[in-house]
Design a protein around this ligand. Structure first.
Ligand code: APR
Ligand code: ZN
Length: 252
């Protein structure tokens, strides 16, 4: 009988037929140079959430809000994906769309730049703009503008706004997210402080399923314990760019 040496960090393994739901947060882009929100030196230390990330803030001072997102666009144009983004792209390529689902709270484009082909941006996208009038038929569009000498307006006359989900607004595609949560066996969150709902509650959906007798596994990967750490089976501490490559093992 041969003895396998115990692995310091065992893989997250997927057996044939198992599928995975991955939720990412700002931490996965930190090593690319995008600032997180709640860490020391995070974005919310310098800006009031109410001023720049709520519909009320936009109504009160749209120029301030556009300045904030213009700066974030300009900065995001200078960054590159890191090994964590690429590891998820490789896993998607290995498993295919039926068995792999990537949902991100991030508004940056680094998953796509790292090779992911299907990404659900539940909090919107930095490089998209839409009309602020919900009745307007004009669809959200790709937009890399970052200097706004005058406030951008839609053809209908209403102000344009970033295609971002602000506090007090409902994240995109919650029905599709719920469906994929219910169909997945493994749930992994990467680099999210677990402070913002509904995303911070996705891990609980998996716990309900376990209470109903289903076999599910949940893992958190990130620099420090998130606020919802207790809901995970396992917490793996470290930088995403170091831990993600080689983390997953696909059997069969
Ligand atoms: N690798 C892994 N995790 C990291 C790294 C790293 N290199 N650097 C930081 N982290 C972790 C931090 O420890 C923290 O727990 O990433 C997490 C980032 O947390 P937040 O800044 O709160 O970001 P996030 O959870 O994505 O925020 C959720 O809040 O303001 C809103 O809409 C915004 O989508 C955002 C939402
Ligand atoms: Zn319009």
């Amino acid at each position: 009988m041969s003895h396998q040496p115990a692995l310091a960090t065992p893989h997250i393994s997927l057996t044939p037929g198992e599928s995975i739901f991955v939720l990412t947060g700002a931490g996965i882009s930190a090593e690319s140079g995008i600032r997180t929100f709640r860490d020391a030196n995070g974005l919310w230390e310098e800006h009031r959430v109410e001023d720049v990330a709520t519909p009320e803030g936009f109504a009160a001072d749209p120029a301030l809000v556009w300045r904030f997102y213009g700066q974030r666009r300009a900065q995001a144009l200078t960054v590159q994906p890191n090994p964590a983004h690429r590891a998820l792209a490789a896993l998607e390529a290995r498993l295919g769309p039926e068995r792999f689902f990537l949902c991100t709270q991030n508004v940056d484009h680094l998953h796509e730049a790292g090779g992911s082909t299907e990404v659900l941006h539940m909090h919107g996208e930095l490089f998209r703009t839409r009309c602020s009038d919900p009745r307007c038929p004009k669809l959200p569009f790709h937009d890399e503008r970052h200097d706004f000498p005058t406030l951008p307006r839609c053809e209908c006359g209403a102000l344009q706004r970033p295609h971002i989900v602000w506090f007090g607004e409902i994240p995109f595609e919650m029905h599709r997210i719920k469906r994929r949560l219910q169909a997945s066996h493994v749930f992994v969150t990467i680099g999210s402080s677990g402070a913002v709902y509904p995303a911070a509650g996705f891990v609980r959906e998996m716990l309900y399923r376990r209470e109903n007798g289903e076999r599910v596994r949940t893992v958190y990967v990130g620099l420090e314990r998130p606020e919802n750490a207790d809901a995970f089976d396992e917490v793996r501490l470290g930088p995403a760019g170091v831990l993600l490559p080689g983390l997953f093992a696909v059997e069969g």
